[in-house]
Structure formats: C-alpha cells, structure tokens
Design a protein around this ligand. Structure first.
Ligand code: ZN
Ligand code: ZN
Length: 345
C-alpha cells in the first residue's frame, strides 16, 4: 500500500509500505479521507512542531476516516464494509486521568500522527491503517468521507466549548478563523451563545465565518483596535476563545474581554515563555483556561456531522488526491483561499 511519508522539512514522499497487520482486537481500515491540520503543516514545513522533531520517516495525519476491510477475531462492534470515523487517540484507560474522564490528559496516550514520542506514533495518511476497535465510530448516514474527516477537529472545538462552561446567552469572541476557529463558532452557536464576534487577519475566513453565523467579524491585519470596540458595542465579551496561538492575539483578547471573563486557550502558543498581560488578568479577575485535544466529545462530533446538525460543507475548501499530497499541503497553507483541505485516498 502507498503512504505519505515525511522524511524532513519539505520532504514528503509517496512510498510503498507493507500492509498493516492486526491482532485479535484490531481493525484494518481503508482510509478514504484525511484532513490536513496545522500540526501536519508544521511537520511538513519545518520538520517539527514545537519540541516534537521528526527523527524517523513519519506518516502524518490524525483527522481521517474510511471503510473497514478486516477485523480481528475479538472485534464485535464493526465489520468489513462499515464506514467509520477514527478516533486518533488510544488512552491507557487505567490512569487517574482516564478513570476521572480526562483521557486527553493521559500521559500514556497513543495519539496517531504525532512525533511527540520516539518511535513516532504514525498517522493515517496512507491507504490502509491498523487501529483498535474502540477507535472506530460507525457512520450510520450517507455522508461523504470528506465531511466525516472533520470529526477530530470538531471534537477539539466541542471540547473548547466545554472548557468555557455554560455558553447560553453569552457574548463570545473567537480569535482566529482557521478551521478550529470556524468550528468553535459553530459549536458555540449550537451551545446557545447570544452573540459571536470572530477576528482574523484575512478577509476570506472572515467571510466564511459570517456566512456560518458570526454576528460580527473584525479584520485585525492593520491593528487590533477594532476588537475592543466590537466588545464595547455589545457590552463586553463574556467568553473568548484564543485559537490563533499567537501571544499578541492572546493579549488583544485579554484587553478586549470584560472584567470577570473566561478565556480559553485553544491554539498552540509557541514553546517556551510567552509575554502575557498578567497584571490585567489579576486586576480584572480573568479566568484563563487551556483546552487540549478532546475527551469524550468524539462521539458527539460524529453524531453532529452525520446528522449535519453541524454542517461543515462550507469549510471544506478543496479535496486533493494523495498522489498530489505536496500540492495539498501547499493549498492548506494558503489561508487566504482555503479553510480545510482534504486528502482523498
Ligand atoms: Zn488536527
Ligand atoms: Zn490513561
């Protein structure tokens, strides 16, 4: 079978690898669609993301789905021919975090498409992949694979919403209108928020956000003064999601929210120290929370996608065949024109 393999920065090759082998609890999935995520882009562009450096040939991809082709003897929940979304993480299930419902904090989690460990945890950008039964979520409706590939990033957005607490009637700020920012907007709308403002430095994602239900959009390319003004116009932001990962954007958010607000950090800030307006956090009693990956939101994400209660079609900008994976990664970098690029296998 063929795989997308990153050897180093800007060195992605389509290579033949042996077909996967499974044990009794394993499932072989014929991958059909995979979304390119910001972390995949970093691995491709820089050969690393933060402290995680590619040290051996690495298959990226953690947003993928497909069809079951083979199951181990002990597998009962799925069978050959089933269309499945794949949860890319396998938490240990035994540690205190797993037992207390926070599997995303499991220190022993195996998360596909991540070079955080060595040997690397290989991802799903290949024609066939071996997963465990519990990672497979059967799709009951006839929804295209390109939409089902949003299950992972939508889970991230739903988890960020959970971290913010009750959003009913809240005035929300979303800083950054990439794929996760767009999905946070849709998740916040579903959670009953009262008003959403979305910011970005590009017009195209802001137009998509507006079509997706944003009440206000602010282009911050030329400065962030418009953010505080947009907040003042509605009486202040109660909740903010910082999705861009830029420390400067976090400080814009810290300045823009009302006293007592909650700020959820969803985007990855750079490794190491980030300058932050700590004094404002203290004097205005802001609550700053991290949101890392997701826990039990995956099933909800799959349900929302297959019912189209959350409709991601406007976010699916392009579908590119795996043989043109390098072009797909270039398209995914082009934020001025594309939100989510899907690789078809
Ligand atoms: Zn992702
Ligand atoms: Zn665990």
């Amino acid at each position: 079978m063929r795989s997308c393999v990153i050897h180093a920065a800007k060195d992605l090759r389509i290579e033949t690898q042996p077909d996967p082998v499974i044990g009794a609890g394993g499932v072989v999935v014929r991958v059909r669609a995979g979304g390119i995520c910001g972390s995949d882009l970093h691995y491709f562009q820089d050969g690393r993301i933060g402290d995680f450096v590619i040290r051996e040939p690495f298959v990226p991809g953690h947003e993928f789905c497909g069809e079951v082709v083979e199951t181990g003897a002990a597998v009962t929940r799925v069978k050959a021919g089933d269309r499945v979304a794949i949860h890319p993480g396998r938490a240990c299930g035994r540690c205190a975090y797993c037992r207390e419902g926070q599997p995303n904090l499991c220190q022993a989690i195996y998360f596909m498409g991540s070079a955080s460990r060595f040997p690397h945890m290989q991802g799903g950008f290949r024609e066939m992949v071996a997963v465990e039964e519990e990672q497979c979520y059967p799709i009951t409706a006839d929804i295209p694979f390109g939409e089902i590939a949003f299950a992972e990033p939508l889970s991230v957005a739903l988890h960020a919403g959970q971290r913010a607490g009750n959003l009913v009637g809240k005035r929300v700020l979303v800083s950054g209108a990439g794929p996760i920012g767009q999905l946070v907007l849709l998740a916040a709308r579903r959670a009953g928020c009262g008003h959403v403002t979305v910011t970005d430095i590009l017009d195209h994602p802001l137009a998509i956000a507006q079509a997706g239900g944003a009440d206000a959009v602010v282009n911050v390319a030329a400065g962030d003064a418009g953010v505080a003004a947009a907040g003042a116009a509605i009486g202040g932001f109660d909740v903010a999601f910082e999705v861009s990962g830029f420390p400067a954007a976090l400080n814009t958010v810290i300045e823009a929210v009302r006293p007592g607000a909650t700020i959820v950090l969803v985007g990855s800030p750079p490794a190491g120290l980030s300058p932050v307006l700590a004094n404002r956090i203290m004097t205005r009693e802001l609550t700053l929370r991290g949101a890392f990956r997701f826990g039990h939101e995956f099933a909800d994400a799959v349900s929302c996608l297959q019912s189209r209660r959350i409709d991601v079609r406007p976010l699916l900008s392009r579908t590119v065949p795996m043989t043109e994976a390098v072009a797909a990664f270039a398209a995914a970098r082009d934020r001025a024109h594309n939100i989510k690029v899907i690789v078809a296998f």
